[in-house]
Write a protein that binds this ligand. Sequence first.
Ligand code: ATP
Ligand code: MG
Length: 259
Amino acid sequence: MDSKIAKADAKHQKLHSEKRKKDNSERKVGNEIFDKLTLETLYKLANQGYIDILNGAISTGKEANVLTGIDKNENFLAVKIYRIATSDFKKMDYYLKGDPRFNIKTKNKRKIIYSWVTKEFKNLTRLYEAGVRVPKAFTSANNVLLIEFIGDETGNPAQPVKNQPPKNPDEFFNKLLVQFKLFVNEAKLVHGDLSNYNILNFNEKPVIIDVSQSVVLDNPISRELLERDINTIVHEYRKLCVKTSFEEVWEYLDCKFFK
Ligand SMILES: Nc1ncnc2c1ncn2[C@@H]1O[C@H](COP(=O)(O)OP(=O)(O)OP(=O)(O)O)[C@@H](O)[C@H]1O
Ligand SMILES: [Mg+2]
């Protein structure tokens, strides 16, 4: 296994030695996801000892790429890199606006994305501390988030439920509801994009991911998002032959905040 960071760094050095006049930090330097700023960030994280080796991509999405990394103690970790060029800033602005933890008054895209990454880091930490099974967040810097790798010891990532439906949907759904209740009542957050795409099937246990858009209950849009999340999972698990309904889930969650 060779270090992509080392290679990337060599490219970075070359870039400097060429003394290019225009310092466009979003310029691509060979690899699509490694613009200059991302490279610098990865390099910094490598120097701080968080990442030793970057492996292949687990997922290449519209807004973020998720890669497997290995730290200096040879543990896997997941490296989520937000792409500045293709991010939906309108959406980010919408979700950040109502969050009392963030006071965003900028139109600067890079600053918005950093707030977005910080938000995902804070949400993950808050959820983890509330006992929700989410990946543990290690650190975030600029557009890069380092989190616990969910997968086996050989580096195979757990699959989203969408790709790997549970063997026993009823049992799995009940485990999911326990997590959902902790999410809302203990962490006091609403996911906002809860679906089988953002629930990993980790040895037949749900692990909830992708919480950048998750909002605090105080956010004026929280109730609408919670209702949408419930509708989505009810729809998806009914398709897997689980007998459930919006009302049943709503009652189970028993969210005092919305009473
Ligand atoms: N901690 C993790 N461990 C293992 N795999 C992960 C982890 N986090 C994310 N993944 C994988 O990466 C995929 C994308 O992650 P995530 O949902 O957080 O990004 P995203 O915001 O949906 O990105 P996009 O919308 O741009 O595709 C997941 O569906 C999952 O397959
Ligand atoms: Mg996702």
